[in-house]
Design a binder for this molecule. Structure first.
Ligand code: ZN
Length: 685
């Protein structure tokens, strides 16, 4: 995004990410009762559900507050769909209409392939893969698609009155089936017009050059509190002129934004404190005006409010889907504090200055004073927008650098989401297949939950917050390499400290073996297992994956002569073996120093070279081997979640007396339900 403060998501450091938040590795409990986490699996996707621990013990005010915020979190769903691609809403409504009304045989392979396609589209909030950003290839023919449309209830399809099925089919068929059309949601290849090549819907009828010219000079380089330029708008050609359509009430996406506002107003009416009420009013004001100064004001208030039991995110926040890294997708979560586990992050936060002072980066780029890295462990009560169904594991916001510097940021790890991963992944054979030996398997099983949780904490609470720019450095200097470099910086910071004695001194690790597990998992993933997410012949594109690949290949390469890390072959299978953990730590430190230098000086060329040399390319033979080994395990590399169902209980006078939590095992049902209840935008915006 803008620059450094990128931060969101430590998304999945490991394939089948484990990261619970209990502090006693020996007694990691999967679940106290027989709660079933698994919900569904299709293609490369696994669906789980998450629990709301101790929800019952919240006060009525807190529950009610959560309820209103959760409705606000669901109300903006259509916005994300439209942002991801301009025809996503019409495609989704078509799929919904067919599922609801198709009168033909539903027991055929073709219909099943259609349903799988629909599930994938629902998962990705659009027709492009949520991670690779490639357009899905339907597993059924365009002829069958025509059959489906012709045998469905026309009134259930999103068709203009008077339009024939024939014309409707002709319009939609290439959108779904032409592989060259809208092929990628985000295309950041070197040398292409990224705006024209990307299907994401932040620009229309304009070129990359025109967009860059449009925004050039709009921020005074001397402004110490710059707005997040272009964050909440689409750039279009209107009457021949390049202009912005702002997301706001009465503006673009206004109908959905008004719904969000409605629920936020109800939330404000039961806010837990004056501070929280004030903060919500600022957010509402921002949604009404689209004014980015107001957005900053809101974020200052939100970041400063660190003591609330219930908190939330709601807005246009992360810019991963914009090829130019400027425009943000809509997302929302609602959460409440996990009091016990938050004690762990409090220890890290209160030692933030020690971490900064002892980090291996160049002294001139250290922060003299690390401000307000508020860290908490939370439980999610609702996921919405770009956080649903694929949820992050850690969040660190706000993104604006100046707010982070002046006010600080809030950093959270998502305990109940991690617990669900952990419980659902244990013993699925993945670790056993790829770990170098039985000793490693045992060590990882013993300490992974703790190691993951601490890696996430260090990454979010101190990693991203560390370091500063040299005076005069353009915060946007690293451009399309900013994201992978920023994630690398935070990951390296975490990795560097994972085997520091301080972890034991602070009581965070019972045993230094836990630090080794962090290294085992990281390199195994970066060098081998994350490749299961890449299709044969493709490069690595996603920022977090580039980051992990870059770090892993760099340390492997640098430590090659002294065999710090080895790639072993046994029975035709490749394994990663770490021989010297101490030396490996030094290499992490060395790379951290360099990545911080790159960021601090805005050294685009060096940053680009690091990412391109170590983070992008895939070795085809190894890739094929990993894919084959993985295929035999029959696992899904991506995970998402169904939300719980929150229901208000009312008395005779209509007053809310309680909010109950229900859980569903019906993924498709939830998607169809949301399509009915939370769709407020027309098919074309
Ligand atoms: Zn991060």
């Amino acid at each position: 995004m803008k620059n450094s403060a990128k931060l969101f998501i430590v998304l999945i450091m490991l394939m089948n990410l484990n990261s619970a938040c209990k502090n006693q590795p020996e007694t990691v409990t999967v679940s106290q009762d027989d709660f079933k986490y698994f919900v569904d699996q299709f293609e490369d996707i696994r669906i789980l559900k998450y629990r709301l621990p101790a929800f019952e013990s919240l006060t009525l005010q807190q529950k009610e507050y959560i309820y209103y915020l959760s409705q606000a979190a669901l109300a903006g769903r259509d916005i994300l769909w439209d942002q991801n691609f301009r025809y996503n809403i019409i495609v989704r409504k078509t799929l919904e209409g067919i599922i609801e009304s198709y009168s033909g045989d539903k027991n055929t392979d073709e219909y099943k392939a259609f349903l799988t396609y629909a599930k994938r589209v629902f998962f990705s909030n659009g027709i492009h893969h949520h991670y690779s950003s490639d357009k899905f290839k339907p597993g059924f023919s365009s002829e069958y698609f025509a059959v489906l449309l012709n045998s469905s209830d026309k009134s259930k399809l999103p068709m203009e009155p008077g339009l024939t099925i024939d014309i409707f089919t002709k319009f939609l068929t290439p959108v779904l089936f032409d592989e060259t059309l809208y092929a990628k949601k985000v295309d950041q290849r070197e040398g292409v017009d990224m705006v024209a090549a990307s299907a994401s819907n932040f620009y229309e009828l304009v070129t990359q050059k025109e967009v860059e010219e449009f925004y050039a000079g709009k921020i005074d380089p001397k402004d110490t509190r710059p707005i997040s330029l272009g964050l909440n708008s689409k750039v279009v050609r209107f009457n021949g002129k390049v202009s912005e359509q702002v997301y706001k009430s009465g503006g673009m996406y206004g109908a959905a934004i008004d719904e969000i506002i409605k629920w936020l107003e109800l939330a404000a009416s039961v806010a837990g404190s004056e501070m929280q009420k004030k903060e919500l009013e600022l957010l509402i004001e921002y949604y009404k005006t689209g004014d980015l100064k107001k957005w900053d004001e809101y974020n200052v208030a939100w970041a400063g409010n660190t003591n609330s039991m219930v908190d939330y995110i709601n807005g246009f926040i992360e810019n991963y889907e914009d090829p130019l890294g400027m425009k943000a997708t809509w997302e929302a979560i609602v959460n409440y504090t996990d009091v016990e586990a938050s004690k762990r992050t409090a220890v890290i936060t209160s030692n933030a200055q020690w971490f900064e002072d002892n980090s291996p980066i160049m002294p001139e780029y250290k922060k003299e004073k690390v401000t307000g890295v508020a860290a908490k462990v939370i439980n999610i009560a609702m996921l919405g927008g770009d956080c649903y169904p694929a949820s992050p594991l850690g969040i660190n916001l706000p993104n604006a650098d100046w707010i982070r510097k002046e006010v600080g940021s809030k950093s959270v790890t998502l305990a109940n989401i991690s617990d669900a991963y952990d419980a659902a992944s244990r013993g699925n054979g993945f670790l056993e297949e790829f770990a170098a030996d039985a000793e490693e398997v045992a060590r990882v099983n013993k300490f992974r939950s703790l190691a993951d949780a601490l890696h996430t904490d260090l990454h979010e609470c101190v990693g991203h917050a560390s370091g500063k720019l040299a005076e005069g450095t353009d915060p946007n200097a690293l451009k399309n390499y900013a994201s992978p470099l920023e994630e690398s910086r935070a990951d390296l910071f975490a990795l560097y400290y994972m085997t520091d004695d301080k972890m034991k001194v602070l009581g965070l690790f019972p045993d230094m073996e836990a630090g080794k597990v962090a290294y085992d998992d990281y390199l195994r993933n970066g060098l081998l297992t994350q490749l299961v997410r890449i299709k044969p012949g493709k490069d690595i594109e996603q920022a977090h994956m580039r980051c992990r690949s870059m770090i892993s290949h760099w340390v492997y390469e640098k430590g090659k002569d002294s065999k710090v890390v080895e790639m072993l072959t046994k029975d035709g299978k490749t394994y990663v073996k770490i021989n010297d953990y101490k030396k490996l730590r030094e290499l992490f430190g060395e790379l951290l120093k360099e990545v911080q230098r790159i960021k601090s000086q805005g050294d685009f060329e060096a940053g680009k070279k690091l990412v391109e040399d170590y983070g992008v390319k895939v070795e085809p033979m190894l890739h094929a081997e990993v894919l084959e080994r993985y295929a035999r395990l029959n696992l899904a590399p991506y995970t998402g979640f169904v939300n719980p169902v929150l229901t208000p209980v009312k008395d005779a006078a209509g007053k809310i007396t309680d909010i109950t939590v229900g859980y569903t095992d019906d993924y498709l049902g939830q998607m169809l339900d949301y399509g009915k209840k939370f769709s407020f935008l027309p098919v074309k915006n």
